[in-house]
Structure formats: C-alpha cells, structure tokens
Design a protein around this ligand. Structure first.
Ligand code: ADP
Ligand code: MG
Length: 908
C-alpha cells in the first residue's frame, strides 16, 4: 500500500496473511522511543506501576500511545427500510480486533484497532474498554482524555452522554467516569470540580452559565498548560449533583443552539473534570514537636498534591458541512464551523507522520487538546460508525482518522506538586500554638508573683498590727498598775501623817507610847519595799514580752525578704521566657526563609521538569536564559502569591543579612533565595539598592564554599543584564573576583554562571578596555578547560558580545588597531570551535568571526590562524541566512581576504 498512514491491506493479501499480527505501532517517527505495548486492548492502568512508589521515574514520562476503539451502531429504523436490500458496508472481527470495510462486493480493506466494539457491545463494556483505564490514570495523577469522533447519528453522544435515569444499563461514559472518580477520592482531603463547555464557530460558551458566552483560553508560557480561567467551576461532592449539572448543561446547550439556529451536531461539547488529591505518608513535618523547633526546621517538607484533569469531548459530526450554505450559513460561517475539526485532523496527521511542526495554534479545539495529542495525557479515542453503505465515504474517512490517531505517541507525566498553601497553613497553626502557649505561661507567672506579693504584704501588716496592739495593751496595763501603786502609797502616806500628828500629842503626854508606833512604821516600810519589788518584776516580764515581740517582727521581716528573692527569681524566669520567645521568633523567620527557598526551588524544578530537563539539583539558576522571558501575567497560581507574602514577611533586609550568617547552611539558603529573587527582573533594582550586589560580590571573595560561589555567580550574572549594574560590578572589582572564582571552580555549573556573568559584561561598549585590562577575556578563555558545552556556550557568547562592541567602536573610529581578542590569544579557540556541533556555541562563534573579519586590521592574523577557511564555510553552509550573508559580504569586501583567496585559487 502506497499510503504510509494506512494500516489496511487488500482483502486478498490480508486473507493470505491473516495470522500475521498487523503492526499497530508502525510509527516511523524517529523522535519517539516506541515502547512495545501489548498489541491488543488498551493498556490497563495499574496502580502498582504508576503509583507513588514510581514517582521519581515518572517525572521523566511514560510513553503512552493514543488508544483507539471503533464502535458500530446497529441499523436504525430508517436504515432497516432504506438499506433492506443491501448488506452492511463493514464487517467486524472483534476477536481479531479487526474491521473490514467493503469497497464493493468483491473487495474489502482490513484495519486493526485497539478495540473493536460491535453493535451488541454494552455501554458498560464500552466504558471499561475505552474510558476506565483513563479514569484510573487520572486518579493516579495523570491527565486524561476520552473523545468520540464520527459522523452525526453514529452514536458519539450515545456513547458519552446518557444519564441512565430510566435504564441504568444505558449510562454513558461521563456518568460512569464520575462514579469511579468519586469512589476513588476521599472528599475530606481531595476535591473534584467540573466545567462543562461548548465550542462553536471558534467561540467557547459556558454550559453552566449561559451569560458567559465567550471564554478565552489561557496558556502558561512556561509549562504550556492550558486553562480556561473564565469557565464556571463547580465542586462535585456526590453523583446526584453531577447528574443534575449535566442536565442543566444540556438544557443550556439546547437553548444556546436554538438561539444560534444550529444543531448540537455542529458544536463540540467538552466536559472537564479536575481531580485534586493529596498524597499521604510523605509528610514528616507533623512529627516535629513544638519543643524541638530546630528539628522541625530541618525536616520541613511540604505535602504533595496531584492535580490531574479528565477531558471528555463529544466532537461535532465529522461529515462535511455543505459549503453552499444551504443550512442557512454563509460560506464564511461554514468554514468557521469546520475549522476546529479540520485543524484537529491536521494536527493528528502531523503527529502521526512525525513532522516537526504541528499546527496546534490553528484552532481553539487543538489548543484545548494540546496535552491530549502529543502531550502528557493518557488519551483514548472512540470512533463511531454506522453500517449503512450509503455513508461508506464518511465511514471510510472516520476509520482513517482513527488509524492516524493510533500513531500518536504521548509522554505520560505525573501532575504532582508541593502543596505550599497547606504547609503555610500548618506553619501558621504552629506559630499560633507557640504564641498561645507562651502567653499562657507568661500570664501564669504574673499571677503567681502577684499572689506571693499580696500574701507577704498581708503577713507584714498583720504582724505590725499585732505588735502595736500588744505594745498598747502592755503600756495601758503598766500605766494602770503604776497609778494604783501611787494611789496606795499616797493613801498610806496620808494615814501615816495623821498617825504621827496624834502620836506627837500623845508623846508629849505619855512618852512610853513611842516604841509601838515606830514598829508600825517599819512594818509599812517593808510592805512598800515588797510592792516595789513586785513592780520591778512585772516591769521585767513586760520588757521580756516586748523583746519577744521584737524578735517576732524581725522574723517576719526576714520572711518578707525571702519573699522578695522569690519574686526576683520569678522575674528572672520571665526574662528567660522572653529570651526564649525571641529565639523562637528568629527560628520562625529562618523557617519562613527556607520555605521561600523551597518554594522557589520547587517552582524551578517544576519548570525544568515541564521543559523536560533532567537536572537533578533544583538550583533555580536557569534564569540566565530565562530572565528575559515575560512574566506569567495570569498567575492563577496560589503558590506564587503565598511566596510573595512570605517574602514580604521575611523582608529583603533580613534575607540579605543572612548572607553574612555564620552557619554555612543558612548562608547557602540565603544566597539561593537572593539568587532566585534576582532572577525576577522586577526584584533586581530592590536587591541592588539594598546592597545585595555588593554582598554577593563579597561572598565570592570571602566564602570557600563552591555552592555559594555557584549560586552567587548565577545571581550576579542575572543582575549583570542591566547596564547600571554592569558598571557597579566593574567598579567593585567584579572581574577580579569572578576570575578568581573561575580559577578555583571545579563544578561546570559554577563556571557556566561565572562565564555567563562575564559574557553579559562583554556586551557593554563602555566597559571594553577596563574589562580586558582586568583580565576578563583571559578568564573567559581559561574556563574552556572544563569542556562542558554549557560553559563553552557562555564563553562563546562573551566573545561574540565583545567582538560586536569592538566592531562597533572600530566603525565609529573610537578604536584603532588589532582586536583585543586576538591580542589576548582568543583566535585559535575561536577557529577550533567555529564548527562546534552544539549550535549555541557555533552561532556565537560564527558571529564573532564575522565581526572580527569586518576590520582589515584583523585580516592578516585571521588568515594565518585559519579563520578564512571557516568564513568561507560559514558563507556557504551556515543554516542561518543572515549570518551566511554577513560572512559573504565580509569576504567580498576585504581586499586581504580577496587576495588570499585568489592566491589559494578558491573560486569565490
Ligand atoms: P451522534 O451523537 O453521533 O450524532 P447519537 O448518539 O445522537 O449520535 O445517536 C443517534 C441515535 O442513534 C440516537 O437515537 C441514539 O440513541 C442511537 N444510537 C446510537 N448508538 C446506539 C447504540 N450503540 N445502541 C442503540 N442506539 C444507539
Ligand atoms: Mg451527538
């Protein structure tokens, strides 16, 4: 068969070779590593092979050819009558997975499919053969597509759409897929959301919100991911609400099509199911106890989520629309109606033939399905055909479409990413816990201090009161006793006086009485003495009592003093607490900066992975080539926002201050964060203003660590894209620092960063002499020792930049004499690499050669160094026309080259 896409053979030859399995995988594309799949049946998704254990491997992608099933519809009532005299135009051989298409009564062509579904195939069997493996893949984290293609009336909608409310056996793929998805997720941690759309005349309408009738497609320029930010997204929590949603969508579709005066067979219906699942068992941060924060910092790992998308597409009828506009459409409209479907056909042809260019951008449908064909999704196509010989032409073209689709190879990739939002949420919770705990402790200490102080004061005042009371009592008692004694003495004295008066009278009359009265006086005196003695004793006892009280007061005073030391101790504990809190806060800041770093790294990794790079270390420094790319405007990207928030919280100054940290780990983290920030053009000015450039240059000189050198040099390279920064780098001795770093570096990536930085500086006209004077060109040439193509490419770029500026200066007359590049000995390397097989190296060198050759002063050295041959080769063989022309012009306008070519008899 001449047709290289067709799998069919003539009836006769296929009969003869019916045992030979027809190659379903006869793809001649050189680019695809064609893994051999089992020749029959769509591959079953096995969780064992695609599950989490195989994550690392899956990043690289698993080949997955588009699977195609063919489904035949029974004769309908009209065909029973109209075609009663004719046989079906197809014959199915399901057990051989073959289909015969009758050309006429004696000739047929045989085709092989992944699955051949007869008119008796049940809806359940169709689901299991066509869609179930895709649904299982989606649950495992891979994008998936199920699509129906075929002529109107052959059963596309019957295959995909029925809700089965009256007869559950008729349920179609959409309903059954959602049942399996809901059974496979856990709604506590996972989510399922749905959009339902119609694409008609290159306009996307929202079937869940009819007012939303012109939805645009957004493409992530970095990852190529396609999304519809304007489409209504409804979260599905049970099957019933999904069925209701489909009904609503159908009702809106009917209303919209009535309004547009068209039929649903002219439009494509697209159901998108987004499944987001969190992957458990990999999350170690939870184990970090609050008391062990440094441990927590070290083991911080964000949880992982898988976000996969199932797209189910009920395509418009594949039959050609009558272009005469007989259905009320103008020719232009008819073209537009057909556009998406014919673009899909073209894309599938290109992919099947392995051509380098696939016209994905030609239509909205192909843009929406770019991941489904030739992308990362598992795709299953069901083509529907009818039996009627009257539609043989349409049936044949449907079969050919299916055959070509079978040749499309996809590269299945796991859609897995870190869930920074939940990590940030968890950190917030931990932070709040720490703050609450701290507050509780602080409050408890304060209460304790207050209680002890009050108790001590109460004791003191009670003691003082007791003392005063006792003192007063004693005083009163003694006063009373004293007064009484005085009174008694006075009375006695009075009595004595009276006695003495009468005694004197009696003495004069009877002298003999005097002896008796003397005796009574002496007796009284003894009594008074006794009383005095008693008084003295009482006083003594009172003094003792007072002394005791004094001792007691002293004791109280002592206990008060010890109360004070207790208070002092508590104060100190409080201060320790405050200190501890400060430390915690510092650790949290560090934690946040690490989180920021991890986020950037993950982001970078994802970008690399999506670009298909296999780099192991997420250095985030590919920005050398990326930095000029426009930022993704439509962020839609929660992580970015939360990173920005964290960055705000931690603050640039804080991050820059960490560059001088003593802990090498912290320093590495900090420099990576700064490097990542420097990769965004919008941050560069802030970083330079805050002294970041100076700090980075200093790090080159002060640090011994090669990782730090590599990352710092990468950041400098990014900052060196701007002219002002280039001058700053030069005035701060940047060339010397970069040269030393290059001389000591072993890692090619370090050399690449350094070379990139110098290459950027080489492109500044004003810095030429200084750069060369400080050894910039020598440093560049020194780096070629490592031989790594990435490094060589940067060196070549630097040389090309330098040569361009020099050439400009020569033309303007500000430079005379031979090229400084030649002076510094660059020519031999240039000549040697001008035909390097790596195109980035070759391109730069070719340009450098052309610049050098434009100035006659260089011609002699170039001729003797062999550069003339290279120029001739470039002017003939270079694939870029502009460079070819430049080389040619240079050769023909240089008298020295002309003379040499004549001498060598080169016919030019
Ligand atoms: P399409 O969407 O391709 O235009 P439909 O799914 O609307 O076709 O099918 C057209 C008609 O044929 C419908 O009435 C449908 O019920 C019926 N039909 C299609 N396929 C089958 C089938 N396999 N078994 C029974 N009826 C079918
Ligand atoms: Mg239909």
């Amino acid at each position: 068969m001449a047709n290289n896409y067709r799998n069919g053979t003539s009836n006769r030859s296929s009969l003869a070779k019916t045992d030979r399995p027809l190659s379903v995988n006869s793809n001649s594309k050189p680019a695809v590593k064609s893994k051999s799949f089992p020749a029959s049946g769509p591959r079953k998704s096995s969780p064992a092979s695609l599950g989490s254990a195989a994550v690392a491997k899956d990043y690289a992608g698993v080949p997955g050819r588009v699977r195609v099933a063919v489904r035949l519809r029974t004769r309908n009532a009209e065909e029973m009558v109209a075609d009663a005299d004719f046989g079906d135009c197809v014959e199915l051989l399901p057990e051989l997975k073959r289909l015969k298409l009758r050309k006429n009564n004696w000739d047929a062509e045989t085709y092989e499919f992944d699955e051949v579904l007869t008119e008796f195939a049940s809806q359940k069997r169709v689901y299991q053969a066509v869609a179930k493996p895709v649904v299982e893949s989606v649950l495992d984290g891979y994008n998936g597509t199920v699509m129906a293609y075929g002529q109107t009336g052959t059963g596309k909608t019957y295959t995909l759409g029925p809700l089965g409310e009256e007869d559950p056996a008729t349920r179609g793929i959409m309903v059954r897929a959602m049942e399996d998805i809901l059974a496979g997720v856990s709604l506590d941690t996972d989510s399922v959301t749905v959009s339902y759309l119609q694409l008609y005349m290159e306009t996307i309408q929202d079937l869940l919100d009819p007012t939303n009738d012109n939805i645009s497609i957004a493409e992530d320029p970095k990852t190529g991911d396609v999304s519809l930010p304007g489409a209504t997204l409804v979260e599905i929590r049970d099957q019933h609400s999904f069925v209701e949603l489909l009904k609503l969508g159908e009702a809106h579709r009917f209303a919209a099509n009535t309004k547009l005066n068209t039929e649903s067979s002219r439009s494509h219906a697209i159901l998108m199911v987004h499944v987001k699942r969190s992957v458990e068992g990999r999350d170690v941060a939870h184990s970090g106890e609050i008391g062990n924060n440094s441990h927590m910092v070290k083991t911080l790992k964000p949880p992982i989520v898988r976000k996969a998308k199932l797209v189910v597409v009920d395509l418009a009828g594949s039959e050609r629309i009558d272009k005469s506009g007989s259905e009320g459409h103008t020719l232009e409209e008819a073209k537009s109606i057909n556009l998406s479907l014919s673009a899909l056909g073209k894309c599938i042809n290109s992919l099947a033939e392995g051509s380098a260019y696939v016209p994905v951008r030609d239509s909205k449908l192909t843009r929406l399905l770019r991941d489904s064909f030739g992308g990362t999704a598992r795709t299953s196509l069901v083509i529907t055909i009818g039996p009627s010989p009257r539609h043989r032409g349409e049936t044949a073209s449907t079969i050919l479409f299916g055959q070509r689709a079978m040749k499309v190879e996809n590269m299945l990739k796991l859609k897995e990413e870190f869930d920074y939002k939940s990590l940030a949420r968890r950190l917030d919770i931990q932070l709040d816990k720490l703050i609450a705990e701290h507050e509780r402790q602080q409050k408890a200490f304060e209460n304790e201090i207050e209680r002890i102080t009050i108790e001590a004061q109460n004791q003191i005042s009670e003691t003082e009161r007791n003392y005063a009371d006792a003192l007063e009592k004693e005083r009163l008692k003694y006063q009373k006793d004293y007064m009484e004694s005085i009174k008694k003495l006075e009375e006695r004295w009075k009595i004595n006086q009276q006695k003495q008066g009468s005694d004197r009278i009696m003495v004069r009359s009877e002298d003999d009485c005097s002896d008796g009265s003397m005796a009574s006086i002496v007796g009284e005196l003894t009594e008074v003495k006794k009383l005095l003695l008693k008084e003295t004793q009482l006083r003594k006892a009172a003094e003792e009592e007072v002394n005791n009280l004094k001792i007691q007061v002293a004791q109280w005073k002592r206990s008060e003093a010890s109360g004070n030391t207790e208070i002092f101790k508590l104060r100190q504990m409080l201060e320790d607490e405050a200190h501890q809190k400060k430390k915690l806060e510092e650790e949290i800041a560090l934690l946040q900066s690490q989180l920021l770093q991890i986020s950037f790294e993950a982001d970078e990794t994802r970008r690399r992975l999506d670009r298909g790079e296999s780099g192991k270390i997420p250095g985030g420094l590919d920005s050398l080539t990326q930095v000029r790319q426009p930022q993704l405007k439509d962020a839609g990207n929660g992580e970015k926002a939360s990173i920005a928030k964290l960055f705000e919280q931690v603050g640039l100054q804080k991050i820059l201050s960490l560059l001088e940290a003593e802990d090498a780990d912290v320093q590495i983290h900090a420099v990576k964060v700064v490097a990542n920030l420097a990769a965004e053009e919008s941050n560069q000015e802030k970083i330079v203003e805050a002294g970041g450039l100076t700090s980075l240059l200093m790090l080159l000189g002060s640090s011994e660590d090669e990782t730090i050198h590599r990352v710092a040099a990468g950041a400098i390279a990014n900052l060196a894209m701007n002219e002002t920064n280039q001058e700053l780098i030069m005035t701060q001795g940047g060339i010397g620092l970069l040269s030393t770093t290059a001389a000591n570096a072993e890692d090619p990536q370090t050399l690449r960063m350094v070379a990139g930085a110098i290459a950027n500086l080489c492109g500044n006209d004003k810095l030429q002499l200084k750069l060369r004077g400080e050894g910039g060109i020598k440093a560049l040439l020194g780096m070629v020792r490592c031989g790594h193509p990435d490094v060589l490419a940067q060196v070549a770029r630097g040389i090309a930049n330098f040569a361009k500026c020099e050439s400009r200066a020569s033309t303007q007359g500000t430079k005379t004499g031979r090229s400084l590049l030649i002076d510094d000995g660059a020519l031999p390397w240039i000549v040697q690499n001008s035909n390097n097989e790596a195109s980035p190296i070759r391109r730069h060198i070719e340009l450098a050669l052309c610049h050098l050759a434009q100035h006659e002063v260089n011609a002699k050295d170039m001729i003797s160094g062999g550069a003339l041959w290279e120029l001739v080769r470039i002017s003939r063989d270079c694939s870029r026309e502009d460079i070819r022309t430049l080389a040619h012009r240079t050769l023909t306008s240089s008298p020295a080259f002309q003379a040499e070519m004549r001498r060598l008899r080169i016919d030019y």
